[in-house]
Write a protein that binds this ligand. Structure first.
Ligand code: NAD
Length: 499
């Protein structure tokens, strides 16, 4: 187990000191109108990291007004010019990669290698990808058959206006980017509300975007609590769309709250993804994929492969590999270069996950490894050892509910149709994994699974071009890819009389 060994750079220290001014409206950082703050902690040590502004209704009003003013010019900028700004932001993220990765690790706890090579790197790629779309977002000419005379009909993809983006704490920079970049590419302006647990990288991103040439007011950030700043954004009549990632419970609340205004919604919600290992798979690769599928980001991943279905014939081999490898994962401060797994994001999240470990034992599953907190130098952080349960039955809470922590439930199956049926028996449908060397089975099972993403012989892969989102209670709409871009537009049909 490791402790912190990387020095926090001066730039990040200065940024943290001024974090109470974490509302960014136009080109200005400011405290909340009410002057209140929320503490944010280093989850690896429990130490106070910074105080951020606790924004509310008045702050959201100011941000939305400013975004409306900026919309007038931003939507009229030529597609090439808009695309250039987004690509310059991608470059600037790469130039500030170290600082952004350190902030993300300090705030969220994840290992620096993950912040660097996943969160920050993918964020830059996302801005670059959507920057490339601005010049390709065209309409159609349509072969209409009017009853009288002739007409030319074409469609335009027009922006919606001001988009409210509400994001969770597990991938703050990346999920913020994958909502804001396509919204801006399509000509909208945005107000971003990060999670109260991890607001720092969103704020720094917006500053970096301004420095890279984004006109003031196009991207605004309001930090604060969900029921205050988040609710004010949902209720604001000037917000045309809410793009939300977070829990299914909050998603449901947003649907209800937006019914009056009929705001457009994209909802990326929870998951309980099945990862299925068939007996013809490369078992070693499958075990490795299962570990990556559950322990990345301490298991705080919406698409985590938290239900591992293993065919009875290879069950013992897979479990032996999981037990051996999970026990070797090095826990520590995310800023230590040797750390492979950091702490959970908060004491509340640790309690929640520990509650599921207790429930698993109580309901009769076998605890193969983990389930306890490390002591020593890590005792003050929100750490939990990588945990594997076997003998899990479908109806147990650890097999049905989203744990959002480093807890893997292993279930056994005997044939393909049974595996598919049980995998699909969840209320969620965000993602799934399939491990097999049988080509026909790979496609057959991928098609049969009720999930927005299916990975075959790989897991947890994300790319700006590949749509990501859920079936069933995992939400609707898609982030990433062309589909997400279209979700930030509305279609207008223009009819020209030709007679
Ligand atoms: P959460 O729902 O508690 O919070 C998400 C965001 O919503 C935060 O910014 C929060 O401040 C805000 N919020 C909370 N209550 C609100 C309210 N009443 N009105 C408006 N905004 C409100 O979720 P979390 O704990 O931050 O994140 C974990 C959850 O996110 C998990 O369920 C996970 O599966 C989900 N998630 C989903 C995806 C996906 O792509 N499907 C990705 C990451 C996380």
């Amino acid at each position: 187990m490791t402790t912190m060994s990387v020095e926090i750079p001066e730039a990040a220290r200065t940024f943290l000191t001024a974090a109470a001014q974490s509302i960014l409206v136009g080109a200005e950082r400011m405290p909340s109108v009410g002057g209140e703050t929320i503490p944010t902690f280093d989850p690896a040590t429990g130490a106070l990291l910074a105080n951020i502004a606790a924004g509310g209704q008045a702050d959201v009003d100011r941000a939305v007004d400013t975004a409306h003013q900026a919309f007038v010019q931003w939507r009229q900028l030529s597609p090439a010019a808009r695309g250039r700004v987004l690509q310059d932001i991608a470059d600037a993220i790469e130039e500030h990669a170290e600082e952004l990765a350190i902030l993300e690790t300090l705030d969220n706890g994840k290992p620096l290698t993950e912040s660097t090579y996943l969160d920050v790197s993918l964020s830059a790629q996302i801005w670059r990808y959507f920057g490339g779309w601005t010049t390709k977002l065209g309409g159609l000419t349509l072969p209409v058959s009017p009853a009288v005379g002739e007409a030319l009909v074409y469609t335009r993809r027009e922006p919606l206006g001001v988009v409210g983006a509400i994001v969770p704490w597990n991938f703050p920079l990346m999920i913020g980017s994958w909502k804001v970049a396509p919204a801006l590419a399509a000509g909208n302006t945005a107000v971003l509300k990060p999670s109260e647990f991890t607001s720092l990288s969103a704020l720094r991103l917006a500053e970096i975007a301004l420095e890279a040439g984004l006109p003031p007011g196009v991207l605004n950030v309001v930090t604060g609590l969900g029921p205050d700043a988040g609710q004010a954004l949902i209720d604001h009549p000037g917000v045309a769309k809410i793009s939300f990632t977070g829990s299914t419970a909050t998603g449901r609340r947003i649907v209800t709250a937006s019914a009056g205004s009929l705001k457009k919604l994209t909802l990326e919600l929870g998951g309980k993804s099945a990862n299925i290992v068939f007996p013809d798979a490369d078992v070693e690769a499958a075990a490795q994929g299962a570990l990556n599928g559950i322990f990345l980001n301490q298991g705080q991943v919406c698409c985590a492969g938290s239900r591992l279905f293993v065919h009875r014939d290879v069950h013992d081999e897979v479990v032996a590999a999981l037990e051996a490898e999970a026990g070797e994962i090095l826990l520590g401060h995310g800023l230590d270069e040797e750390t492979q797994m950091g702490p959970l994001v908060s004491a509340r999240q640790l309690d929640r996950v520990a509650g599921y470990v207790e429930a698993g034992v109580r309901e009769g599953a076998t605890l193969v490894c983990g389930g306890e907190r490390p002591g020593g130098a890590l005792a003050d952080g929100h750490f939990l050892k990588p945990t594997v349960f076997t003998d899990v039955r479908d109806e147990m809470s650890i097999a049905t509910e989203e744990i959002f922590g480093p807890v893997l439930s292993v279930l056994t199956f005997d044939d393909e149709s049974e595996a598919v049926r049980r995998a699909n028996s969840s209320e969620y449908g965000l993602a799934a994994g399939v491990w097999t060397n049988d080509l026909k089975r790979a496609h057959r099972v991928a098609h049969a699974l009720e999930a927005g993403t299916v990975w075959v012989n790989m897991y947890n892969m994300i790319d700006p071009a590949a749509p990501f989102g859920g079936y069933k209670s995992s939400g609707y709409g898609r982030d990433l890819g062309e589909e997400s871009l279209l979700g930030y537009t509305q279609t207008k049909s223009v009819w020209i009389g030709m007679d």
